[in-house]
Write a protein that binds this ligand. Structure first.
Ligand code: AMP
Ligand code: FE
Ligand code: FE
Ligand code: ZN
Length: 280
């Protein structure tokens, strides 16, 4: 049986793993395929594909986009996008620039909680690519101002907490259309974290194609629930570990995986949407 982990980050967003480390870990877990889904960047896709080719591991292009509702943060995976498109890169760049401003704003808010972190500490941890809250959390941890990621997110930077700042405005419909226009398949990530199924129904109306049913943060009953929801809405089932390297403790790659035939279904969906976009 061949397996795929369809949610893997690299150090181009908030994983600690380089493409080499990602592919070595995938090889150790005997995965046939992985999808690289970094936050708002596709920079890791080509380097991972190159190493994947050498190792005989299929690397699927992807991205993880963040959209917000007043009461929820929604992550949308875009599988099989044509990451080379100029307009797509331009849009991703503007989102990444927004992430930089957001770090400064969150650092200001943290000051009023008596947590003083230099911007350079956060950007130093982030290195190349897309900066985010996990980098900020690591800088806070390093400063000794808090003892765990859990404490940091629950008290300060989790969605809606005192030092949380949203990303630049990006509507769910816009994100889904962007993935489809880039030839990809939009799938809602880890809906069990959000627990607002009404938004899945809304997104399905905009062209959402699947649900990430299997995920590290989904227990058995959550998984069964989203399996049923996917079936009832006629959506594809996806799944992956959401591995952040050592960024959240231990490397998770391969601990959540799906049979390879789900990859084939995603490819069919991408082909269908492409032929739909260009009739004849
Ligand atoms: P950002 O894209 O900058 O909004 O940051 C998102 C990152 O923060 C993702 O890797 C999430 O898994 C992580 N994250 C968000 N909320 C929490 C939380 N409550 N506990 C741990 N990690 C979280
Ligand atoms: Fe992340
Ligand atoms: Fe996510
Ligand atoms: Zn992720």
């Amino acid at each position: 049986m061949r397996y795929a982990d369809l949610h893997v980050h690299t150090y181009y967003s908030d994983s600690t793993f380089s493409p080499e480390e990602v592919l070595s870990a995938a090889e150790e877990k005997a995965l046939s395929a992985i999808a690289i889904c970094d936050h708002d960047t596709t920079e890791g896709v080509a380097p991972c594909m190159k190493i994947g080719d050498e190792k005989g591991i299929e690397v699927i292009s992807g991205v993880e986009l963040t959209v917000e509702k007043p009461d929820a943060e929604i992550h949308i995976l875009g599988y099989l996008i044509d990451w080379k498109l100029g307009w797509l890169q331009k849009k991703l760049k503007s989102i990444q620039d927004g992430r930089i401003d957001r770090v400064y704003k969150m650092l200001e808010k943290l000051k009023s909680e008596n947590i003083n972190i230099e911007p350079a500490d956060v950007f130093g941890i982030a290195g190349k690519g897309s900066v985010g809250r996990l980098h900020l959390a690591r800088a806070i941890l390093k400063s000794g101002a808090a003892k765990s990621f859990r404490e940091i997110f629950e008290k300060y930077i989790g969605f809606g907490r005192s030092c949380y700042v949203p990303n630049i405005k990006f509507e769910p419909k816009e994100a889904i259309e962007m993935v489809i226009e880039a030839g990809g398949v939009p799938v809602i990530a880890h809906p069990g974290i959000m627990q607002k199924d009404e938004y899945i129904r809304e997104l399905a109306g905009y062209g959402l194609k699947g649900i990430e049913v299997y995920h590290t943060d989904h227990n058995n009953s959550t998984t069964r629930h989203y399996e049923e929801l996917a079936k009832s809405l006629g959506l594809l089932i996806a799944g992956g570990s959401d591995c952040h390297g050592a960024g959240k403790g231990k490397a998770l790659i391969g601990t959540v995986r799906v049979p390879y035939d789900l990859v084939e279904k995603l490819k069919e969906a991408a082909d269908n949407s492409k032929s739909g976009a260009h009739p004849g």
